[in-house]
Design a protein around this ligand. Structure first.
Ligand code: GLC
Ligand code: CA
Length: 563
């Protein structure tokens, strides 16, 4: 596939969840100065693009995804001066800063919404979806993503306002040109400041059907999931093209959309040459644990399905563009706890999973702590959780008949808080995250899993991630890992996940054994070098002829240069 080369094609990205990254003033909350102090660490890891989860002023009902002022930095995180310094410091290191753009909704504390409430027939009410109820009931029967009806009464009126997430996150009215202009101006203000682009939050929701129909109930609450309202890709596409034309395009910005479940044939509209975004996240493996009714009926992760899903996503993406590949993010449990079987939840297994993911075709996005193999947290009471969605899912599980212990087990597996525990910097109190009381409990495994310890050990996950990213970006292999085709290999060998990355110059085989016992493959090409392996020692043999057998022990991964 011939495509115009873009500045971001060969970059490696890293997501920071600021609240849990590093606290520098002892208030228990991560801050911008903490991020500034770790830029050298990120540079050494090989990171080019940093995506900051929201740092805007917010009441933090949904941890900053409820923005009260798009032009202000949350006091908890620092000041605009700190932000400007962070931006300047990233640039000094040749890095790019990407902000989170949350424009499907804002906070109920945003001035626009406050004005709307003050005058429910006025100009600002039309920045939102205000609708009259039906016979004393809400206008429709959709259930918000965080539970409960999407409609909330507007006090002192017979109207309701619409929200797909929490009731403190009113949806913005994308049919109002004035509102759209305000958003474009705001986006351009940040781009003028010098940010390189945006990760765009929950964006398909702007394409909802604003006739607000009701649907056949799908749960005991008599409601139907609001995702059903996103039925017209065409309307969504028009809105996104306008957005792009008025903002990102003018700055050659990088954009990554948080886009779930679009039809396969729509992919090119999103990431193709004139796609709505530079790229979108590949959530296909994460969606494998979508339960029919919630987290409690999530199917277990099966290796074969996982493998097929990744392969399919890669083959589809390379027809038209690049996907952004992740193992985890702030909304997902830790990948090593989720995708690795018990016997593989070891340093070797963590490196294997990282290798398979990072060398895929696309833009790798690491999430903070992934580079040291941070895991899910085990908590014993629902009170210990912070996340609004976890509380809702716990209730759904209880309503469905699960005991407290069973519902907690579900949360332990699926909670968004799994990824939100503080980064484990050292084995000192609170993992070196704060000298105060952390806003969220540190994972109790921090004495074993932490950055300081791994810095000391050449064989650690951290050192391995550095070598892995360095390989991806090396002069010799950058081209093939960026633009080389993805070609699945050994698809029928049980427990093995393997693929080639190949172009006219190079052919690299990535092969991993996720099984509990040894696995064998018969090489299809001569192998002239082992570019990377998670084995403590290089194998005695480092070159092979085609047709020879290569044996991989449990959790072995090898990156092999073929002839
Ligand atoms: C996205 C964010 C998530 C947030 C939601 C509402 O899915 O990643 O954290 O809760 O949007 O903004
Ligand atoms: Ca702080």
């Amino acid at each position: 596939m011939n495509m115009e080369r873009k500045w971001w094609h060969d970059k490696t990205a890293y997501q920071i969840y600021p609240k849990s990254f590093l606290d520098t003033n002892g208030d228990g909350i991560g801050d911008l100065r903490g991020i500034i102090s770790k830029l050298d660490y990120l540079e050494e890891l090989g990171i080019d693009i940093i995506w900051l989860s929201p740092v805007y002023k917010s009441p933090f009902v949904d941890q900053g995804y409820d923005i009260a002022d798009y032009y202000a930095i949350a006091e908890e995180f620092g000041t605009m001066e700190d932000f400007d310094e962070l931006l300047a410091e990233t640039k000094k290191r040749g890095m790019y800063l990407v902000m989170d753009l949350v424009i499907n909704h804002c906070s109920d504390k945003h001035e626009w919404f406050q004005k709307a409430l003050a005058d429910p027939d006025g100009e600002y009410a039309d920045y939102f979806y205000f609708r009259k109820g039906k016979n004393g009931n809400p206008p429709s029967n959709c259930r918000s993503y965080f539970g409960g009806n999407c409609w909330e009464p507007v006090p002192g009126t017979d109207k309701y306002y619409f929200h797909m997430f929490a009731k403190e996150q009113p949806d913005l009215n994308w049919e109002n040109p004035k509102l759209l202009n305000e958003l474009y101006t705001m986006i351009n203000w940040w781009l003028d400041k010098g940010v390189a682009g945006f990760r765009i939050d929950a964006i398909v929701n702007i394409g909802k059907n604003t006739a607000f129909p009701s649907y056949k109930p799908d749960g005991p609450d008599g409601l139907a999931g609001c995702w059903r309202m996103i039925d017209s890709m065409e309307r969504l596409g028009n809105l996104l093209q306008e957005l792009k034309k008025n903002t990102f395009d003018k700055y050659n910005a990088f954009t990554v959309g948080e886009v779930f479940s679009i039809e396969e044939d729509a992919l090119a509209q999103f990431i193709g040459e004139n796609g709505h975004f530079s790229t979108i996240f590949d959530f296909s493996a994460h969606c494998l644990s979508d339960g029919e009714h919630g987290w409690y009926d999530a199917p277990p992760m099966e290796f074969d399905r996982w493998k097929k899903t990744i392969i399919n996503a890669q083959l589809e993406a390379q027809k038209c563009g690049f996907k952004a590949n992740i193992i985890e993010n702030h909304d997902e449990p830790r990948g090593v706890s989720r995708f690795l079987p018990d016997y593989a939840q070891t340093a070797a297994g963590v490196k294997m999973l990282g290798t398979v993911n990072i060398l895929l075709r696309g833009i790798p996005f690491l999430y903070q702590g992934q580079e040291i193999g941070m895991t899910n947290a085990v908590w014993n009471s629902i009170e210990e959780y912070d996340d609004i969605s976890t509380k809702d899912q716990y209730q759904i599980a209880r309503t469905a008949g699960l005991s407290d212990a069973e519902a907690l087990e579900v949360c332990g597996k699926m909670s968004r808080d799994n990824a939100r525990t503080p980064v484990q910097w050292s084995d000192t109190e609170n993992a070196g995250f704060t000298t105060g009381t952390p806003w969220m409990k540190v994972n109790s495994n921090y004495p074993e899993i932490n950055v300081a310890k791994q810095e000391q050990d050449e064989n650690s996950v951290l050192h391995y991630y550095r070598r892995l990213i360095a390989l991806r970006k090396s002069d010799a292999y950058r081209e093939v890992f960026t633009y080389g085709s993805f070609i699945p290999a050994y698809e029928h060998v049980p427990n093995v996940m393997a693929y080639y990355r190949a172009d006219g110059e190079n052919r690299v085989l990535v092969v991993a054994n996720f099984g509990n016992g040894a696995a064998e493959i018969t090489l299809e090409y001569d192998v002239k070098a082992v570019l990377l392996t998670n084995r403590a020692q290089l194998p005695a043999q480092t070159a092979w002829h085609a047709k020879e057998t290569l044996t991989l022990d449990s959790c072995d991964v090898m990156v092999l240069e073929c002839v």
